[in-house]
Design a protein around this ligand. Structure first.
Ligand code: HXC
Ligand code: NAP
Length: 297
């Protein structure tokens, strides 16, 4: 499932669009992080992938380097621990000399009724998603400001950062916090040439997300594509295209923006009358007559 990339979706950017940029991607060894990192490499970037499981990162790095011919450095880092995050920054600088962008993609999540969560369960998700993003942003941001170096931060949130969502409340609270962080720093750090943006994906099947959010036969019972106006889930390359654009110089005036990429899913859930999609076409003639006849009443 992690290698979802559908060859029918082409890369969107021109060759060399990220040439000579060094990009650090947390959670870059799996799922969407891996898809983005692979595309960044194809576009000429040097990439650092960081997460807790060094064996997973090393295997992914070897495969990605073989596939793209690019330079990719795996570094073990638990984003909850500021010391490990500072080590991630210093090793990236030692190896590549500079870092131009940070993608805060690492996350932890699982479904559960909120009243079943222990305090530690709630904090665990908040610590990875919100505190981990804050740790990385602080460490890298301080470095860029001290070096007077323009840079770019890209945060992976979700559409329920706008709406909230039951059964994933720690994740919703944390992603809502990351959205606020994105907008706050766009305003505050713009003066240093540091852009902060976010992507809010809808459903993009990955092993990590699906095992924790749709375990067992839930994937059949709650098939995400049924809730998407476009009637399909996202392709990893579609997300990678957007991420590469936002980090590229083509997006140099985009700052503080969140781009939703969900096939229209969250708006379909929000619009009061969108459920009328369930009305068969054959009924609309009769309904039209009834609504027209209401004119005189
Ligand atoms: C209730 C649970 C639980 C569950 C864990 N806990 N799983 N409680 N229901 N299913 C509790 C534990 O009992 C413990 O609390 C606390 O949470 C910490 O659990 P650990 O296993 O010790 O934590 P850790 O090893 O740090 O693992 C973190 C994790 C795990 C979040 C629980 O799932 C993980 O490593 N996830 C990383 C990858 C991931 O989640 N990917 C999906 C991202 S998808 P106690 O009180 O017992 O100590 C995503 C998509 C959004 O964000 C939108 C999709 C459409
Ligand atoms: P995934 O493959 O499970 O990715 C999560 C990554 O985070 C893993 O590589 C994991 O690696 C890393 N990670 C977890 N805890 C960490 C920690 N404490 N320190 C460092 N790294 C840690 O899931 P995904 O679906 O690709 O998700 C990627 C991002 O997209 C997440 O931010 C997620 O919220 C967002 N998103 C996904 C979807 C979707 O449909 N897939 C939808 C909306 C948003 P280790 O286990 O090695 O640490």
């Amino acid at each position: 499932m992690d290698k979802q990339s559908n060859k029918t979706v082409p890369g969107a950017l021109r060759e060399g669009a990220l040439q000579d940029k060094t990009i650090v991607v947390t959670g870059g060894g799996t799922g969407l992080g891996r898809a983005m990192s692979t595309y960044f490499l194809q576009l000429g970037a040097r990439v650092v992938i960081a997460s807790r499981k060094i064996a997973v990162l090393e295997t992914a790095a070897a495969e990605m380097a073989a596939e793209t011919g690019g330079q990719v450095l795996p570094i073990a880092c638990d984003v909850r621990d500021i010391t490990q995050v500072e080590h991630l920054l210093s090793r990236s600088l030692q190896t590549f000399g500079r870092v131009d962008a940070l993608v805060n993609n690492a996350a932890g999540n699982f479904i559960a009724p909120t009243e079943r969560l222990s305090a530690n369960a709630f904090s665990t998700v908040i610590d990875i998603v919100l505190k981990g993003t804050a740790n990385c942003t602080l460490a890298f941001g301080k470095h860029w400001i001290a070096e007077r170096q323009p840079a770019s931060i890209l945060n992976m949130i979700t559409t329920y950062a706008f709406t909230g969502s039951g059964y994933v409340t720690p994740s919703a609270a944390a992603k809502g916090g990351v959205l606020a962080l994105t907008r706050s720093l766009a305003a505050e750090w713009g003066k240093y040439g540091i852009r902060s943006n976010a992507i809010a994906p809808g459903p993009f099947p990955t092993k990590g997300a699906w095992e924790r959010l749709l375990p067992g036969d839930l994937a059949q019972q709650f098939d995400f594509k049924d809730y998407v106006p476009l009637k399909r889930v996202g392709d990893h390359q579609e997300l990678a295209n957007l991420a590469a654009f936002l980090l590229s110089d083509f997006a140099g005036y985009i700052n503080g923006e969140t781009i939703t990429i969900d096939g229209g899913e969250w708006l379909q859930g929000a619009g009061q009358f969108n459920r009328l999609a369930a009305i068969p076409d054959t009924l609309w003639d009769a309904l039209e007559q009834q609504t027209r006849s209401a004119k005189g009443s």
